[in-house]
Ligand binder design. Structure first.
Ligand code: PHE
Length: 341
């Protein structure tokens, strides 16, 4: 009996299997009904009483070893089987490939340009890094005007002819008047820079679209008509405009333009703060001093100009509550404009 047990222990220690079926065969051969281990338990009955204790222990060890070995072989095969499976299922649908979306500021800028394009306005651009003359001097800013202060303007160099980041796209008016033949009818999109603390309503970088029309006999009525047509195209046919007197050094007279609130239809809501109106731009008749500074005779020519903030127009159109969303580029925000174009 001892020899049989030792022989089986030896056999069990050396067992190997390539397939799960082989493990099953081993199990049957050892501990199945007619298995060799089972058989030894049957033989145990005829072991003399004084040896039962010793052989009983040995048989139990054998039984445990057999069970452990079978389990070990099965596990080894199962693990390697799963790692041999193909790493992905070719029949599954692929990962969705996300396309980017256009930025709401780009969408809005293109829409503004396309509306004025239909009215015959060409697109003109100018540099973001400018000199004092194009941003202030030629636009009739007095030398002591606060906009020329470090508080509002980012200077690249100071001194007699300071270099600075343009604070408005009105500088492109000047550059265009210098080089274009008359009449001039342009819209000028671009980034502008102001030394302001960043908040929900202000940012140190934002976008403007400037408009300039210079011809013979251009009147304030022409300005009003151009802006009314723009407002209807941008915010809907029912949109009304109103003008409030204002001041800019480069236009005279000057006005701020409001559109009727497109949320409440002018009745008053929390977007328009109960007034029924939303401010969208500054405008006015080009000051004769500005025409003169660019060698245009104010007795022969007149013109109007307007300037609007692209972020502001986009905020009003889509009720964006915080300007900072435009700069953070959170895809959840950008995706909201996926269906706009
Ligand atoms: N440049 C002005 C601004 O930045 C806007 C403006 C443009 C006003 C043209 C009148 C005419 O606020």
């Amino acid at each position: 009996m001892r020899q049989k047990i030792d022989a089986l222990l030896q056999e069990i220690a050396e067992l190997k299997a390539q397939k799960l079926q082989e493990v099953e065969d081993i199990r049957v051969r050892l501990v199945g009904k007619k298995g060799s281990v089972t058989k030894l338990f049957e033989d145990f009955r005829s072991v003399p009483a004084e040896q039962k204790r010793e052989f009983g222990q040995l048989l139990n060890v054998l039984k445990t070893k057999a069970a452990e070995k079978i389990e070990e072989l099965r596990e080894a095969l199962e693990n390697s089987a799963s790692s041999n499976e193909p790493s992905f299922d070719y029949t599954k649908p692929g990962d969705r490939f996300d396309l980017g979306t256009r930025h709401p500021i780009s969408i809005t800028r293109e829409e503004i340009l396309s509306i004025f394009g239909k009215f015959g306005y060409a697109v003109a651009e100018g540099p973001e890094i400018e000199d004092d003359w194009h941003v202030f001097g030629a636009l009739n800013f007095p030398p002591e005007h606060p906009a020329r202060d470090m508080q509002d303007t980012f200077f690249i160099s100071t001194g007699d002819n300071p270099i600075l980041l343009r604070t408005h796209t009105s500088s492109v008016q000047v550059r265009s008047m210098e080089k274009m033949d008359l009449p001039i009818r342009i819209v000028c999109p671009g980034r502008v820079f102001r030394n302001e603390a960043i908040s929900a309503r202000a940012h140190c970088i934002f976008h403007q679209v400037e408009g300039l029309y210079i011809d013979k006999n251009v009147s304030f009525a022409d300005l009003k008509q151009a802006i009314l047509l723009f407002a209807k195209e941008m915010f809907g046919e029912q949109t009304k405009i109103r003008m409030r007197p204002s001041y800019f050094p480069f236009t005279e007279p000057s006005a701020e333009v409001d559109v009727s609130c497109n949320i409440c239809g002018g009745k008053g809501c929390n977007i328009c703060k109960g007034t029924g109106w939303l401010e969208i731009m500054g405008c006015g008749m080009v000051d004769p001093n500005v025409l003169k500074a660019s060698n245009i005779d104010p007795n022969e020519y007149s013109g109007f100009a307007f300037g609007m903030g692209v972020e502001r127009i986009a905020m009003l159109k889509w009720q964006v509550k915080d300007l900072r969303h435009y700069f953070e580029n959170d895809v959840r925000f950008l995706k909201e404009f996926e269906t706009v174009v």
